[in-house]
Write a protein that binds this ligand. Structure first.
Ligand SMILES: [Cu+2]
Length: 169
């Protein structure tokens, strides 16, 4: 029963978006809209989950350069951390193949699987087992596209997304 509200939220958000009829298509809306709550304290809050199917429920985050962003990432799966741990690692801009290569080397670095070169990492959570969550805060960097991945061994090909930072208006 606990899962119901979070299942319905995206539908409501999508409905609200289409009602405004602004014509902007930001597909896939379901993956972005529901998770990005209005910033009550000036901080953009984003909730991301992942489960045993090796997918982030949010694959696109949008922010404005200089904006404070708070990401809470929760592993809602059931499998043990050793077999299905997840983290959320935000990287500097790079190509998809560079992301995969970096994730592959990070995967070999137990137990946290963090990239060896910290200068490639903008922000990251801890490696999480079932029902664990971690929150990280960072300032949205210069405009651009910042990939994020899970660096647990074998996950980066499926568990990935991007933070799109727009210039300050
Ligand atoms: Cu993972």
């Amino acid at each position: 029963m606990k899962a119901l509200p979070s299942l319905f939220l995206p539908l409501v958000a999508v409905a609200a978006l289409s009602l405004t009829g602004c014509g902007k298509s930001e597909a896939p809306a379901a993956a972005t809209a529901a998770a990005q709550a209005p910033a009550a304290d000036g901080v953009k809050t984003v909730s991301i989950t992942a489960d045993d199917t090796m997918k982030f429920n949010v694959t696109e985050i949008r922010a404005v350069a200089g904006e404070k962003v708070r990401v809470t990432f929760k592993n809602v799966g059931r499998m043990p951390k050793q077999a299905m741990g997840h983290n959320w690692v935000l990287l500097v801009p790079m190509t998809d193949s560079e992301v995969l290569a970096l994730a592959q080397t990070a995967a070999a670095r137990a137990p946290e699987h963090q990239p060896a070169d910290a200068s490639k990492v903008v922000a990251h959570t801890k490696l999480l087992g079932p029902n664990e969550s971690d929150t990280v805060e960072f300032t949205a960097p210069a405009p651009g596209e910042y990939p994020f991945v899970c660096t647990f061994p074998g996950h980066a090909a499926l568990m990935k997304g991007k933070l799109i930072v727009a210039p300050k208006p």
